[in-house]
Write a protein that binds this ligand. Structure first.
Ligand code: IMP
Length: 434
């Protein structure tokens, strides 16, 4: 008989949720990697391979999509939780790619039995739905994320637990491909071959079977032992299905609450929430970005920065929006902030921060829920003198230029969160703890 015997009451007080405090791509991969040194378990709880977390270690670049960033450190347990949507073939490719780079993956990686699968018809539907939207398209990563979460909510999805039972998987996949081929036909798209998809995904199921676990029990036991857990958020607050700039959002809860439902960790076991933000703002895909600015975009792209880790798309860029990040602090309960990419602003004469919005005679000190209003808002800016000094070699707070410190202090004041980390480059060593 299976039992939860051996679980003790919780004593651990160091479980942290890390979330993006903007529109994704805030540099969470690097911050997670730095924080992982002190964590025992790293958990992904939402999103799928639409995420791309980049980590540089000793000049080697690692891009993680589904595997938690903790995998890059020895003796860390990594969990892909129930709230993640997993494309099994993509996960196999990622594990193989990491192994080729010398990353050890074995008994340190666990995949939830109840995570939902992303299958080829989800990707096809994602592409077809975007195509018919024309100018109103969301600009998805075309990884099938929305359709996969749609199936989950409609209670028609396939899960990891189905994937690893060959007969059940074959039967359900056949049914789903039959149904979805009818929809694809209506879009004028090519139907999928069950045989081909089945062969490929069945093989991926066999490969992944050793990693599959009841991750809720596993995490419960880890907490009972006093292990500390880091919940690695993907995307960002304003891409959240409930709290983001709907409909220009992803299909999961990217905010702190999603970390609990997507892992099975109870809310009262979370000790702190860290928000990650860039010293400016970026967004990929459609939807409002009030502080968007072509000069900032050209400058950052010219430095070779701000190209998507998953799709390679050039990110839209703008000034830091304190109204948005203050809202993110409120929704997530952010205690501490990590500010990344400070060095991206090193050459500027002046740095602007959005402190409010104007729209048709009204001023807003909060994010309007109507995206049409948000898109038409004119930002109100505060200006700060630029520091015009490279910051990438700074390792301590005191080594940062005074004007850069003033800028960071203003960010903390405007958002109401505690400034905990400033990052001045992609390397682990380019991290200043405050
Ligand atoms: P989806 O998640 O692929 O459905 O895309 C929905 C929206 O979220 C699009 O605007 C994407 O560009 C955006 N998005 C999804 N994942 C990420 C991410 O990891 N970073 C930044 N934007 C993302």
């Amino acid at each position: 008989m299976k039992s939860h015997a051996g679980c003790q009451p919780f004593y651990n007080m160091a479980n942290t949720i890390l979330v993006g405090a903007q529109w994704g791509d805030e540099g969470k991969g690097k911050i997670i990697d730095v924080l992982t040194e002190d964590a025992d378990v790293v958990v992904r709880s939402q999103g799928g391979n639409n995420a791309g977390h980049t980590v540089f270690i000793k000049g080697q670049k690692y891009v993680l999509h589904l595997v938690p960033s903790g995998i890059l450190r020895k003796n860390k347990v990594c969990v892909i939780g129930n709230g993640v949507v997993v494309d099994p073939v993509s996960l196999v490719g990622e594990i193989e790619g990491l192994r080729k780079l010398g990353v050890e993956i074995g008994e340190n990686l666990f995949l939830s039995e109840t995570a939902h699968l992303v299958l080829p018809y989800h990707r096809e539907l994602d592409a077809q739905r975007e195509a018919v939207k024309g100018d109103n398209k969301i600009g998805t990563t075309k990884r099938g994320i929305g359709p996969a979460y749609g199936d989950k909510v409609a209670r028609t999805g396939l899960r990891v637990i189905d994937l690893i039972q060959p007969e059940r998987f074959k039967e359900r996949l056949q049914q789903k491909i039959k149904e979805n081929n009818e929809i694809l036909k209506a879009f004028g798209a090519k139907p999928l071959s069950f045989k081909k998809v089945h062969e490929e995904y069945r093989a991926a199921g066999d490969y992944l079977k050793p990693f599959v676990a009841n991750t809720v029990t596993l995490l419960y036991k880890a907490m009972s032992r006093g292990d500390s857990i880091l919940l690695e958020g993907a995307q960002g607050t304003f891409l959240d299905i409930d709290h983001g700039t709907y409909p220009y959002v992803t299909s999961s809860n990217t905010t702190a609450g999603g970390a609990c439902t997507g892992s099975g960790i109870p809310p009262h076991r979370v000790d702190s929430v860290m928000g990650v933000m860039k010293a400016y703002t970026t967004r990929v895909g459609g939807g409002p970005l009030p502080t968007e600015n072509a000069v900032i975009a050209d400058m950052l792209h010219g430095m070779g920065r701000e190209f998507g880790a998953t799709t390679g798309r050039a990110r839209r860029c703008g000034w830091f929006d304190s109204v948005a990040t203050r809202h993110a602090c409120m929704v997530n309960g952010i205690d501490d902030l990590a500010v990344t990419n400070l060095d991206g602003l090193d050459t500027l004469e002046q740095v602007r921060v959005c402190i409010g919005y104007r729209h048709e005679g009204a001023t807003y000190d909060y994010i309007p829920n109507d995206v049409a209003i948000l898109a038409a808002c004119e930002p109100v800016y505060a200006e700060f003198p630029g520091w015009k000094t490279p910051t990438d070699k700074a390792r301590k707070w005191k080594e940062l230029p005074v004007k850069a410190r003033s800028y960071l202090k203003a960010i903390a004041e405007l958002t109401g969160a505690n400034l905990a980390i400033a990052s001045v480059g992609p390397g682990r060593e380019q991290t200043i703890f405050l």
